[in-house]
Design a protein around this ligand. Sequence first.
Ligand SMILES: C[C@H]1O[C@H](OP(=O)(O)OP(=O)(O)OC[C@H]2O[C@@H](n3cnc4c(=O)[nH]c(N)nc43)[C@H](O)[C@@H]2O)[C@@H](O)[C@@H](O)C1=O
Length: 321
Amino acid sequence: MKRAIIFGVSGQDGAFLAQLLLGKNYRVIGVSRTMRTDSFHNLELLNIRNKIELVSSSIHDFRSVFTIMNRYKPDEVYNLAGQSSVARSFDEPFETFESISVANLNLLEVIRILKLPVRLYNAGSGDCFGNMDGQTACEETPFRPQSPYGVAKSAAYFQVANYRKAYDIFACTGILFNHESYLRPEEFVTQKIVKAACLIAKGQADELLLGNISIERDWGWAPEYVTAMWMMLQTKKADDYIIATGITLSLKEFIAVVFDYLDLNWKKYVKTDDQFLRPTDIQTIRANPGKAEKKLNWKARYNGYDVARMMVDAELKYQKK
Ligand SMILES: C[C@H]1O[C@H](OP(=O)(O)OP(=O)(O)OC[C@H]2O[C@@H](n3cnc4c(=O)[nH]c(N)nc43)[C@H](O)[C@@H]2O)[C@@H](O)[C@@H](O)C1=O
């Protein structure tokens, strides 16, 4: 039986990945910063909490990472931990850098020192590219990050590339663009829109306040993206891959699909409020996932339009319970 450790098991991606690996008969060790019962809501929703060995550890504590890796000696390690909100990274730059870059370095150092024959997945981000003036990002496009989050993710990406080359460690970075689902917290714009629109449809709310709604993103469906993470670790040679749908839509379009699906006119309810603007923001993101399609045989089935409707379906089902 293969052993996998997932750092950050309680988040959206951690939960979907744990579900995927359990389905492939892995022994799954899930690491979370806190063992508070309410932290495992996602695992409970997927009905897998009791199938995972849960361990408490802070990934930016070297000793703690060392102990866990030495105890379980996993075949695969997925680093999905760390502060994941771009907006919050402007208010918490230190926490963002430590939980992403320092934590990633801890893992790489532990693997190097213990000489573990492990395969490592590092959660990278399309946010690293910054604004690209209409260009489409591929794996060769240089990073020009514009947020503390993008800077931290870029550092982690280069750490992985450096350790792969210098010490022959099997380590991959998945450069994932926005990926959403019903497990997304409302801190992210898609879930904020879906939850508010469903409340408006039920007559329980009458407005939705947002920041910059002219931005454009490539939104995919998270359960598909965790499959790509696993696929990266099954290849012969470690490499980095962009994971995206290849289809970009504006936030206005996303809002319109959600509201239309609920028979509502979004223009009546959506208002903008400066408190949700960021010091710097990425206007348009376009991604080319061609390498993942060619080398991993991975291709997104759902695009942002589908994601909007699937999130509404899930929210309506969930609200009824
Ligand atoms: C690839 C990357 O993808 C995600 O980062 P993100 O793109 O910043 O995601 P978001 O949902 O917070 O914002 C999307 C856009 O929507 C705009 N926006 C308008 N009004 C609101 C608003 O009210 N709330 C929020 N959150 N955003 C708003 C906001 O200004 C931004 O332009 C993370 O998964 C991250 O971990 C990651 O790696």
